[in-house]
Design a protein around this ligand. Structure first.
Ligand code: UDP
Length: 509
């Protein structure tokens, strides 16, 4: 980096305010590392439970000499009737807590305000998650420049924006009526169920207005993606919003040491070294990794079909099963005797898995994924072809991008979110025979599988190049920081000018 650019960045202080969800905190902590690597200071502001989960990742960044830190602010949940400590979306299992959880999130502005007031010096910029629009008022009151970070794909952002703008959501008869996304760079067909907005749920719809307002008034937009795969969607979205927009990802493609990889988002419920040894003993590209991210939970019968299909596939696998933390849970959620029967070739991680440690291992040749955007980027950045199994909101869009646009995936056959299935389906839409077929197709060693693997490796090389010096995401981040440096300076002058204007006039002598 040029000395002048580094000088502009040195001394800048960023406050990063993620939504309290794993898929939002993890990329925000990544962004903190990236900013600190450019000479800035970055403080991730989150609640005590989430700070504890991410402390190891932040400590490892500090050991690497990066000026990254965590700041804790209270979560207002208990005041709204939520259990003490329920501070992350992945802890909300009961439906009745869902609305109160987001109402609590929206009340985080008061603790953020208190924290900002306690600082000896005004920060130069707040980067707030698109789902943290309540940070906008705090920034406005203190004259702090504010950027919005989007955690889903630009594909999804543009599609849902166009659907809302053209009134498609209001026109359809029900969740399942199909339509084509208007004014979109590629042909994309789906339904409201598979193009649902983040806050298109009963009880939280009104929050979307705040999200839209905060985005429309932001000093710029940051998207965790890269131009080689999403350039056209990023440009069209930036043009539609009329705001400066930077594609700075994939944040997961920047170098992590073994500790930082294993501690991403939480302490793993298994020794990462044990998984690595297990994978070391397998041939390259032979293992399937299975995870549904931090939130999605499969209906019990569907989980059993999946287990049977994996067993019938005969392939080695690592499966992160958060539904089966205890032995009793494992018996209830997995096929009877499953764990015993697959012992020689199946490794179950009961709880939080060190996902990037696994995906970056050469023995892993396929990823059965729920298509969360972070999981999608992690697969892309590590060149692992995917078996797509979306569950809700943006995950169906990520599936389309992976399979229809990038051609690095095979569909499992899921067509709608489980809540849109008829009751007689009992939550099942992929039978064990379909799982077996899809796994065979994905892990195929013939020409089709080889071509898919080669495409995935090619895109991974582009992802890494994008975040390295000279790459498009690297350049976008440089431009973003420069923009913040200028804005911060302008705001300081404005504050000084209004402070002078507020002074009493000097008496005539
Ligand atoms: N993750 C992990 N271990 C797990 C489950 C998830 O490290 O056992 C990480 C995963 O690598 C990703 C994030 O948690 O970075 C989940 O975000 P994503 O967007 O993939 O899905 P979500 O959990 O938001 O549905």
């Amino acid at each position: 980096m040029a000395a002048s650019a580094r000088a502009a960045m040195a001394g800048l202080h960023f406050l990063l305010v993620p939504l309290v969800a794993q898929g939002h905190i993890i990329p925000m902590v990544d962004l903190a590392r990236l900013l600190a690597a450019r000479g800035a200071r970055a403080t991730v502001v989150t609640t005590p439970v989430n700070a504890a989960r991410n402390r190891a990742a932040v400590e490892s960044a500090r050991r690497a000499g990066l000026d990254v830190e965590l700041a804790e602010i209270a979560f207002p949940g208990p005041g709204l009737g939520l259990p003490e400590g329920m501070e992350n979306v992945d802890m909300v299992v009961e439906r009745e807590h869902f609305v109160a959880f987001f109402q609590s999130v929206w009340k985080m502005d008061a603790p953020l305000e208190e924290y900002v007031r306690s600082l000896p010096r005004r920060p130069d910029c707040v980067v707030a998650d698109s789902c943290s629009p309540w940070a906008a008022g705090v920034c406005a009151r203190h004259g702090i420049p504010r950027l919005v970070l989007h955690c889903p794909a630009a594909y999804y952002l543009l599609a849902t924006r166009n659907l809302a703008k053209h009134g498609v959501y209001d026109r359809v008869a029900d969740d399942l009526e199909t339509f084509e996304v208007p004014d979109f760079p590629v042909r994309a067909v789906g339904s409201k169920a598979t193009f649902r907005g983040f806050f298109q749920w009963p009880g939280v719809e009104s929050l979307q207005r705040d999200v839209d307002d905060a985005e429309a008034t932001a000093d710029g937009l940051v998207i965790n993606t890269f131009r080689d795969i999403e350039g056209v969607f990023v440009d069209r979205y930036a043009a539609a919003l009329g705001r400066k927009t930077w594609a700075i990802g994939p944040t997961c493609a920047t170098g992590f040491d073994a500790d930082a990889k294993a501690g991403r988002g939480n302490r793993a419920d298994v020794d990462a070294g044990r998984i690595v040894s297990w994978l070391d003993a397998r041939p390259p590209s032979s293992v399937l990794y299975i995870s549904f991210g931090s939130i999605a939970r499969l209906p019990a019968k569907q989980l059993i079909e999946l287990a049977r299909g994996l067993e019938a596939s005969g392939r080695p696998f690592v499966w992160a099963v958060k539904e089966a933390k205890s032995d009793a849970d494992a018996r209830a959620w997995l096929a009877e005797g499953f764990e015993e029967r697959v012992r020689d070739r199946g490794l179950l991680v009961r709880g939080w898995a060190p996902q990037v440690t696994i995906l970056s291992h050469p023995a892993v040749g396929g990823f059965l994924t729920h298509c969360g955007w972070n999981a999608t980027l992690e697969a892309i950045a590590h060149g692992v072809p995917v078996l797509t199994w979306p569950n809700f909101v943006d995950q169906f869009s990520s599936e389309r991008l992976l399979v229809d646009v990038l051609d690095v995936g095979v569909r499992s056959g899921v067509t709608v979110p489980a809540m849109n299935l008829p009751p007689e389906a009992e939550g099942v839409q992929v039978l064990s025979v379909d799982v077996e077929r899809a796994v065979a197709e994905l892990m195929d060693e013939g020409p089709e599988g080889a071509a898919r693997r080669a495409r995935a490796k090619e895109i991974a090389a582009k992802a890494r190049a994008a975040v390295e010096e000279g790459g498009s995401s690297y350049a976008d981040l440089t431009d973003m920081i420069r923009h913040v440096a200028e804005l911060s300076e302008t705001r300081r002058h404005e504050r000084d000018a209004s402070a002078v204007a507020a002074l009493p006039a000097a008496p005539d002598l």
